[in-house]
Design a protein around this ligand. Structure first.
Ligand SMILES: [Zn+2]
Length: 451
């Protein structure tokens, strides 16, 4: 398959392999990337849409009896059942759009479909290039993953991580430093799927505690040391602490201190993507005093409070439920109250267009915490637009807005209004709400065709 891409240097065949970490501070909850636990996830209960074409897989993969499903940005090659294919389709479509949205200042666009192989059986994954002990990898130009009988949240984290390497390989030029490549991959690995998109910039409490532990126990490298690890050394010395540190750097640069470093970080990547030496680009945007920057990074992580992005988890719930409300509205299903909507959701009575499918567990996971978050209201619902409003303790309102287009769900957006009645969408300076960068020109290297 030819993929039009921005110029970049050839990379190692295996950009990254997520493997089990050995951090002393690591616990065993979810989202403890990087790990490659191949848990079995969920089986969903929907049929494949007729619009999805099925073609033959390459012969090299015939042993696994893969079928191919062209989607907007990827060709999925898999032996998973059709319900799993549908979940993979909606997730990776939204994933690609999140990559594009958050990197538009320094990345190009995917203009042809990327290859995504997801295998039911680990043996087929290993036989087709997946390293032993891993559950997902970007190798060559392919994204590979083990789906198992049910694809787990941990596997989706890995796919989001490895998928970023694949995306970067195709659309970001220059020689991106390994810590940036891995830190951004983990940044996207942490992102929360909401059905119509992702919420990025999330700091899980587990990961925050791990970063604090590693800083306090002096188990991270210095920033200068981390920055000079090349790809070969990174892969030879796979270390969970390195992934945590790279992620903590990217998270800090993208959202720390109210987004203070965001512009410089984007400028740094943009220059590197245009083939500047990373050392020169760093000095240009951050200065030569590595010690001062390291102090700011350390101070941030040792002072950030518990659950610092709790509002992003709330936003994810509101976005998810608004998407379901919008789907019902698109089918002219209306509700007198939010409680009636929740009752229908719990009872499996929500309607949707056949092509607006979402995985059932997504709704279940959003409904679980919803009643405890605050008071819910449906506002200004019409045939084409409506709002699902959550009023949190303290009267802060989080407003999900859906639009309907041609009988299908359109956009799902969020407004964060601090007071009842506030109408203008507001964005606070809380972590994670802003793109890494927007509006910068793309690298000017001409697109080339990959063989
Ligand atoms: Zn990686």
């Amino acid at each position: 398959m030819n993929v039009t891409c921005r110029v970049r240097a050839p990379r190692l065949p295996s950009s990254c392999v997520l493997q089990r970490g050995t951090n002393p501070g690591r616990d065993h909850d979810v989202n403890l990337a990087p790990s490659c636990v191949t848990r079995r996830g969920r089986v969903l209960t929907f049929a494949l849409t007729a619009a999805v074409a099925v073609t033959c897989a390459p012969t090299a993969y015939a042993q696994a009896r893969l079928q191919s499903y062209p989607t907007r940005y990827y060709v999925i090659r898999t032996d998973l059942d059709l319900d799993a294919v549908r979940e993979a389709t909606v997730r990776i479509t939204a994933m690609a759009e999140e990559y594009h949205a958050r990197t538009r200042g320094f990345a190009g666009s995917v203009t042809d479909r990327l290859e995504f192989y997801i295998f039911r059986h680990p043996a087929d994954y290993y036989a087709n290039g997946g390293p032993q002990g891993s559950a997902g990898v970007f190798v060559g130009d392919r994204l590979l993953a083990i789906g198992g009988d049910r694809v787990s949240p941990e596997t989706w984290h890995i796919v989001q991580h490895e998928g970023f390497h694949q995306f970067a390989h195709h659309v970001i030029g220059g020689d991106i430093p390994t810590w940036v490549d891995e830190g951004l991959a983990e940044y996207f690995g942490e992102s929360l799927f909401t059905g119509d998109g992702y919420v990025s910039g999330v700091i899980s409490q587990n990961r925050l505690q791990r970063v604090r532990y590693l800083i306090q126990n002096k188990q991270f490298k210095t920033i200068a040391q981390l920055m000079t690890i090349d790809r070969i050394t990174w892969n030879q010395q796979l270390s969970g602490a390195n992934y945590d540190q790279a992620w903590s750097m990217v998270q800090f640069l993208a959202h720390g201190e109210g987004g203070r470093y965001q512009k410089a970080f984007s400028g740094f990547i943009s220059d590197v993507a245009k083939w500047s030496r990373w050392q020169d680009a760093w000095k240009k945007h951050f200065g030569a005093d590595a010690g001062a920057f390291e102090s700011a990074w350390r101070d941030y992580w040792t002072s950030v409070p518990d659950n610092p992005t709790a509002d992003l988890y709330v936003e994810a719930v509101v976005r998810t439920l608004t998407g379901y409300l919008g789907r019902a509205a698109a089918r002219k299903q209306t509700f007198e109250t939010a409680e009636a909507f929740f009752d229908a959701a719990r009872g499996g009575r929500l309607e949707r267009h056949a092509e607006d499918w979402l995985p059932a567990d997504l709704l279940t996971d959003a409904l679980g915490p919803a009643p405890q978050l605050g008071r819910w209201l449906i506002e200004d619902a019409s045939a084409t637009r409506g709002k699902l409003v959550l009023t949190l303790p303290g009267d802060r309102r989080v407003v999900g807005v859906y639009t309907v287009r041609n009988g299908r769900i359109g956009d799902v957006t969020i407004e964060d209004a601090s007071k009842p009645g506030a109408s203008a969408p507001q964005r606070t300076a809380r972590p994670g709400t802003q793109p890494i960068e927007r509006g910068r020109p793309r690298p000017t290297k001409p697109p080339v065709k990959r063989p």
